[in-house]
Every structure is written in structure tokens, then in C-alpha cells.
Design a protein around this ligand. Sequence first.
Ligand code: UDP
Length: 383
Amino acid sequence: MHLLIRFPENINRAKPGYTNKNERGMMKIVTVIGARPQFVKASGVSRALSKYNGVEEIIIHTGQHFDQNMSDIFFSELDLKAPDYHLGIHGLSHGALTGRMMEQIEILLKEIKPDVVNVYGDTDSTLAAALAAAKLHIPVAHVEAGLRSFNRMMPEEINRVMTDHISDLLFTPTDTADQNLKAEGIADDKIFQVGDVMYDASLYYAEKAHATSVLMQKLNLKPKEFYLATIHRPQNTDTPDALRLICNVLDEVAKNVKVILPVHPRTRIKMQEFGISLKNVIGIEPVGYLDMIELESQSALIITDSGGVQKEAYFHRVPCVTLRSETEWVELVEHHWNIVLSPSEEIDMVSAIHHQAGVIGDNVQLYGSGKASEKVAEVLINK
Ligand code: UDP
């Protein structure tokens, strides 16, 4: 447990030109994370921050994802330091989850009195931390700001929009994200285009993953002779019709090529609830990050509704099919690395999926140079 030290003068400082050191000369950065993709996103920034003298990063884990293969394995594989605080909040409705997280985070922030609170992506943990910090007048830094699906039915979209509008430092991955923020009236001087922190992680861990992962052998897979799939978005899992349609399509695809599906806990629960089982698809437990990026890089095609996995497909130059009606990562579609295929009985999804496996996208560099995390750390410390 973190040792609590009181620095009352550090709180309620004016924004955005906050002073970045307390009287000991230490800068305190609180990072709030709680869901699988956030562990990946935070790992590089955390590593970059650890190289600075006089900077203390304090990690609060909300507990949104909590078990071994959705949380613990990421801390060990990604060399993330153990959370200083673990709130253990999960399995509630959006309102209850966000509310309880806010309550607990507020208590901690009042004790810790950080110089800045750093949040990632678009989960309820992101919004809860941003709200709690903003109301204590603590500057908020949002990594992966400016992403928009323009679909307010998605809980993630609400979280993104709200978080961006109460953040002081907005770290964006792309020009599109910058434009989205500017179109919503966010001041230029808050926006820092740094590239994509997930790209940094995939570069940093690719070699280690290739050297250490034995999952391909365990599953008897040959490079480029299988498809990898992930499904977890509520719109695809939370009604029997939607989930059954997707499982049927994947089972049909799997008649011609092996399809590996690491099954997200939400999807597993819903499959059980709706009495849906997979016939041809090889369903496995969620895998750790190293196994996942090894599977991704060796697959012939990725079929997903994940935000992060769409990008990772491109990082490994693997074609991708996104089973949604839109994507935030529009440049992947523009450059033909991804197609958006809204699940429907009306179209031949199986043919469309197999067709995409043969498409090679444009030779472009879309998400920075692999130094996004270092740039985030630099701005956090020097701004
Ligand atoms: N991931 C993983 N194991 C899995 C599935 C995903 O390590 O079994 C990783 C994946 O490589 C990516 C992140 O989890 O880095 C994406 O998380 P998720 O799809 O849950 O969330 P989203 O990106 O949609 O917010």
C-alpha cells in the first residue's frame, strides 16, 4: 500500500498552468486504469515516466477487470508496477460502477494530492477518474483523446466525449482525432498529437512475444493458416439474435479455415445465458498480451469488434474485418487494412470475410513512430 503524505498546497491549483512539483521537488502523477486495454496503453507511459528523476507515479486500479487473465497477467508481462491501490469495483451497471469508482477515487485523490491525473481510452474507469479529478480541480490528462464513433448508443462514446471535455491535456493519436476535438471547440493549446501508445507497446513486445509464446504450437497452428477473432462489444453480445448471428457466421467461416476465438468473459456469460455454443470455431480462454500479439501477427485475418485489436491487426500488417456499423479508426478503412461489416442476415458476411483475407492495404505509417509514450511523459512533466 502506498504511503500517504499530505501536501495540502498541491490541491485546487489553477488550471491549466499547474505547477508540477511539490516542496520536496517530487512530481506526483496518478494513473487510473482498470480494464485490459488500459494496461497495454499505460505500460509505455509508465516506463517512460520511470526514467525521470523526481517523478512519482501512483497507480490506482479500479478493478473493472480483475482476474488473472484479464488483469494480473498484463501487469507481469508488461512490467507494469503493481497498483498502489486496488478498488475492486466490478460487475455493476454503468451508473453504479462509475459512481462507486468516483467516490473511491475522490477519497484517494484528496489524500494523494497529485499534480495531474492520467487516464486512458474510454471505459467507465476513465470517466470516473476524470470526473473525480476535475471536480477537485486537479488537471486531467487523457491519453487516446479525440476518438469518435459518432454513435451515442455506445457507452464508450459517452465516456470519450465527456472525458475529453473535462481534460486539460489531450493526447491524440491522429489528425482525425485532432480535428474531432477542434470541431467540438476544444482549444488547440490543450491538444498534443503524439501517436498511438498501443503501437509503442506492439513494437516493444513483438520480439519477446515471438520468442516466448508457445500458443501456436499448443493450438497446432501454422503461420497465416488461421483467422483470429475477438467479440465483446455490448451491441454484439447482449442480445441473443446479435450474438447468435455472429457465432453462426464465425462457425460458417471456420468450415474453410481454422478460427481461433479467445472468448471475453462478457461473451462467455452471454453465450451461456442464451444457450449458444460454437461448433467449428476454436474457443479458448482470453490470452495474455504476448500470446495475443503473437497470434495476431501470425494470423491470415483478424475479425473483431475491439478498438485495440483493429489497430494491432494493422501494426502487424494483417487485414481486418470489424464487426460493427462504424469505427473510430477511420484511417484503417481509408487505407484498406480494415472493412466495417455490420452484422446482418441480409448480406453474405462469410464471403466478405474470406475476401478481406486477400486484401493488402496501402503502405502507410498511420500511428506515429513508436515514441508516443515518451512524448506523453515529456509533456506531462514539462507542461
Ligand atoms: N487482448 C489480449 N488478450 C485477449 C484479447 C485481447 O491481450 O485475449 C489485448 C489486445 O491485444 C489489445 C487489448 O487486449 O491490446 C484490447 O482490449 P479489448 O479488445 O478488450 O478492448 P478495446 O480495445 O475494444 O477497448
